[in-house]
Write a protein that binds this ligand. Structure first.
Ligand code: AMP
Length: 277
């Protein structure tokens, strides 16, 4: 039976019991409104760890846009049923004041990898992410943390964070889960109307063509990709960029692990995606 826990004290008591029995503990941080992408992380955690905690917390500190926070879907009852079916041990779903009690004054800020792309376009976003992930690791006492490649830059930020602060958590990055038409699953997809939903797969399709063109040495591949996405009916493209996969620095050559990353607006929803090149 999956237990829903709201307080850090209760969570810690449970985890201490598990650890005393020698169990490896995995944590999957989420903001809820769960889909198959999230569930794939829970399954990966179940495969590796004797005990699995899924956290559900819509973290106000990582929303740079108040409207986005307000509109973020909240579906805890349905989420709990999905996690129960996956055999997750605990859902940790704290209230905001359990995570950020009165007097809370610390921000974890990662430089370098957190600065370009999402970091530049969503000021404060990665400070919010790094702060809450550091706290969730401290609260859950987990041995392993599972994150999606869907949020590639976030995954690199979390890797940097655990290395820099000697946080004893193994970070595992799991493949992006997509709809049958290629659209990367996202809780925000629920906000696309039927017309926008039909156009949405064009982003991934254009990115795949661009990745091939880049490998073939085509200098205009990124511009062509942007044009294609706009022609497919997207309202605007924030970025389509080729970057070093680990540092997110501008890629100097093609002989390093590279990632093509994009953010674009469609029907009032901001979609992001990334693929290897
Ligand atoms: P979120 O609830 O959006 O904060 O996401 C929680 C975790 O699920 C993050 O590590 C995301 O990268 C991951 N995630 C979200 N969408 C997907 C997806 N389509 N495939 C794999 N992982 C995902």
């Amino acid at each position: 039976m999956t237990k829903i826990v709201r307080s850090v004290a209760e969570l810690r008591a449970l985890v201490r019991g598990w650890k005393a029995a020698g169990d490896v503990v995995g944590v999957v941080p989420t903001m809820g409104a769960l889909h198959d992408g999230h569930l794939s992380l829970a399954r990966a955690a179940k495969a590796d760890c004797a005990r699995v905690i899924v956290t559900i917390f819509v973290n106000p500190k990582q929303f740079n846009n108040p409207d986005d926070l307000l509109k973020y879907p909240r579906t805890e009852t349905a989420d709990a049923a999905l996690l129960q079916a996956e055999g997750v041990d605990v859902i940790f779903a704290p209230m905001p004041d359990e995570v950020y009690p009165a007097g809370f004054a610390t921000t974890v800020s990662v430089a370098g990898v957190a600065q370009p792309l999402e970091g530049a376009l969503r000021p404060g976003h990665f400070d919010g992410v790094a702060t809450v992930v550091a706290k969730l690791f401290g609260m859950t006492l987990a041995d392993r943390g599972y994150f999606g490649q869907k949020d590639w830059q976030q995954l690199q930020v979390v890797q940097r964070l655990v290395r820099d602060l000697n946080i004893p958590v193994d970070v595992v990055g799991c493949e992006t889960v997509r709809e049958a038409d290629g659209l990367a699953m996202s809780s925000r997809n629920a906000r696309l109307d039927a017309g926008a939903r039909a156009k949405a797969p064009a982003l991934y399709a254009a990115m795949r063509r661009a990745a091939l063109a880049l490998r073939a040495g085509r200098g205009d591949a990124l511009d062509a990709c942007r044009t294609e996405v706009l022609a497919a009916g997207f309202d605007s493209v924030e970025y389509i960029e080729l970057r070093d996969a680990a540092t997110l620095d501008v890629a100097a050559t093609l002989d390093q692990p590279l990632r093509l990353l994009a953010a674009a607006w469609l029907g009032g929803v901001r979609l992001i995606d990334n693929i290897p090149v």
